[in-house]
Design a protein around this ligand. Structure first.
Ligand SMILES: [Fe+2]
Ligand SMILES: [Fe+2]
Length: 187
């Protein structure tokens, strides 16, 4: 494991999330941290390259948090930024390519059948992260969007249902009980 790279990314991503240029606020750091945690777990289950998966997880939204104007195509810009950062660490070029593929396809859950297992881990971990961010979603609904109790609950429920639907078939089975638990609280 390239701990030097992972340690750098953890602190660099946290730092960028704290800067005023980050339009999404610190919640974005919690999201990325949750993606890294779930992606590491999925890497074991899917027999993926854990190092690539962890590095890709920390970098998958790097473009969005660095410059909001890149948000629309952040999967493409993020892959370019990842190459710059990882080349600076002399990281293996084949692994850089795999990290880039993970970043480019993290939003494309429909492409599951064509994906490498590493890409699948990142796409699924990105969707699953919402289940670790329920307080953040409630904050978004009630504080940011000023929704009423029922409206906010429906907003969060629908977001979680959409996220669950995006998961690959195997990950749906893995996360089914967590999904049911979270949804039962929001009944
Ligand atoms: Fe993203
Ligand atoms: Fe994300």
């Amino acid at each position: 494991m390239r701990d030097d790279i992972v340690d750098y990314l953890k602190s660099e991503i946290e730092h960028r999330c704290q800067l005023p240029a980050n339009h999404f606020g610190i919640g974005c750091f919690y999201h990325i941290r949750a993606v890294a945690k779930n992606a590491e777990m999925l890497a074991d289950i899917y027999n993926a390259d854990k190092e690539v998966v962890i590095i890709a997880a920390w970098l998958h939204d790097v473009a969005s948090i660095t410059d909001y104007s890149l948000y629309e195509d952040h999967h493409i810009h993020g892959a370019v930024m990842a190459e710059e950062i990882l080349t600076g660490f002399d990281y293996d070029s084949d692994k850089i390519r795999l990290v880039q593929q993970c970043i480019r396809n993290h939003r494309g859950s429909v492409l599951h059948s064509k994906m490498t297992v590493e890409e699948l881990c990142i796409a699924d971990a990105d969707s699953i992260s919402h289940f670790d961010s329920v307080p953040g979603l409630l904050y978004l609904a009630y504080v940011n969007k000023k929704m009423g109790i029922d409206e906010g609950r429906e907003f969060v429920r629908n977001k979680l249902i959409r996220s669950f639907k995006k998961l690959s078939t195997k990950s749906k089975v893995l996360y089914e009980s967590k999904f049911d638990q979270v949804m039962s609280v929001l009944e």
